[in-house]
Design a protein around this ligand. Structure first.
Ligand code: HAM
Length: 431
């Protein structure tokens, strides 16, 4: 029996790999557009990075981490998210030395959470995200939301819904936490065991509880907005007014608290149902964090960022036909007419590859009909056919597979002819 993949993981190949690359490349390009530079951190970190960073009271740290002792008996964890690891790298490499604030990083790669697999929820999934550090500003909070909104617009989404909220500064959150503790203490006997634990760890987490009865109780709980300090309220409205200025639609959602412990002030998520009503969950989530860098042993500086779930985005783009027209495969398929031209076909393949044309050739004797089918499956736009007489005359048959036009072209005219067919710069794989 074939060995199965690990539950909650998936293989990416064929057209899907073009889709994942398209989405990750677009996010990276938008990151660059906003002045972010790429940071790649290890999948494996010492477990304390996430315990102290992502937070002891989060569901992620409490029950979803892939944690094990390595052979040197150190507890390591496969990252469940990037933010804590990026902070660890930022601090360990002393990247805060110059005064070039904000320090801006984007990242892309796999993350791991032991969750129950379901629609849009995997145990290994991919995130693109950004973090901006060292400038504590409502303007920066707004710019991060603008970046996310622009990325989704560029992917072709038209009706994304941005939910936004503020968790306030430390004082606001302490007051709110106390109010929640008082409220939930009266109801905790009727609530789930998880919530009983959450009451001590962080009563804010109870607001996320998925148990319907608990959710009903949580609806009656005190609201953050009644505990906001004046400064936090002002800061939040500054951010919102910038979003207004740029025509970004959002909905203030005072039940949005986010599942990770490090947030303060502005938090946001992006949601969208498919046109036939499928809900993959949040496509993207993030916010501001005031204490995380310091808590991990770095200087006292704030940060803000988000991460987007690439599996969810790819699925939704598939449903909404946003990948239609995505170019996959090769530019050219080189077809030897018989065994004798197989090597010549390789020579032409190498020659065209040197000019940047992506090219495939069977490297074996294959019937012409089969070669045309292969060319079709590879989405080749042009077939180059070589037979005995073409070898003799130093020519090649150039067949445009879209228009069916075919002509014999001298080898030294081949590249100019291809450049003309593909149109300077506009052909898809010609870099
Ligand atoms: P998060 O909300 O836990 O935030 O994850 C961000 C996004 O990752 C989610 O909105 C979702 O699209 C995707 N995602 C999360 N879990 C799964 C899963 N099991 N399967 C598929 N997709 C998933 C963070 O990770 C924070 N580090 C974001 C952040 C960056 N905040 C500030 N900076």
């Amino acid at each position: 029996m074939a060995i199965q993949r690990v539950k909650g993981t998936h293989d990416i190949y064929g057209d899907d790999s073009y889709k994942y690359r398209y989405v990750s490349d677009l996010f990276k390009a938008v990151g660059e557009l906003y002045g972010y530079g790429e940071m790649t951190t290890p999948v494996l970190e010492y477990t304390e990075v996430f315990q102290r960073g992502t937070g002891e009271s989060s569901d992620i740290v409490r029950k979803e981490m892939y944690t094990f002792d390595d052979k040197g008996h150190r507890s390591v964890t496969m990252r469940p998210e990037f933010t804590a690891g990026v902070m660890r790298a930022f601090i360990a490499n002393k990247l805060y030395g110059n005064n070039d604030v904000p320090y801006k990083y984007y990242y892309y790669g796999p993350a791991f959470r032991y969750e129950r697999p379901q629609l849009g929820r995997f145990r290994e999934f991919h995130q693109f995200g950004i973090e901006a550090l060292g400038l504590d500003s409502s303007y920066l909070d707004a710019e991060v939301v603008l970046l996310a909104a622009q990325a989704f617009a560029m992917l072709g989404f038209e009706n994304i819904s941005i939910k936004i909220n503020t968790l306030g500064d430390e004082e606001s959150r302490n007051n709110y936490r106390n109010a929640l503790k008082e409220f939930f203490t009266q109801h905790i006997d009727h609530m789930c065991p998880d919530c009983k634990e959450r009451l001590d760890l962080n009563p804010l987490r109870i607001l996320d509880c998925k148990v319907p009865e608990d959710h009903e109780i949580a609806m009656e709980a005190p609201k953050m907005k009644d505990y906001l300090s004046e400064a936090s309220e002002k800061r939040f409205y500054e951010t919102l007014s910038i979003l207004n200025e740029y025509g970004i639609d959002y909905e203030i959602d005072d039940s949005l608290v986010r599942g990770l412990d490090y947030y303060s002030e502005m938090v946001f998520e992006i949601h969208l149902l498919s046109s036939d009503g499928k809900d993959y969950g949040a496509l993207c989530g993030g916010g501001h964090y005031g204490q995380l860098v310091k808590e991990l042993g770095g200087p006292d500086m704030a940060g803000v960022g988000f991460a987007a779930g690439v599996e969810r985005i790819v699925s939704l783009m598939d449903d909404e036909h946003l990948f239609d027209g995505l170019e996959t495969g090769v530019d050219l398929y080189i077809m030897p007419c018989s065994e004798n031209e197989v090597l010549k076909a390789l020579e032409i393949a190498q020659y065209t590859r040197a000019f940047g044309y992506s090219t495939d050739t069977p490297l074996a004797k294959v019937k012409m009909g089969t070669q045309f089918k292969k060319a079709l499956r590879k989405n080749a736009k042009v077939a180059l056919i070589v037979g005995e007489s073409e070898v003799e005359n130093s020519t090649v048959q150039v067949k445009n597979l879209l228009t069916e036009e075919q002509k014999e072209v001298a080898m030294e005219e081949l590249i100019p002819t291809l450049d003309q067919i593909f149109g300077e710069g506009s052909h898809h794989h010609h870099h």
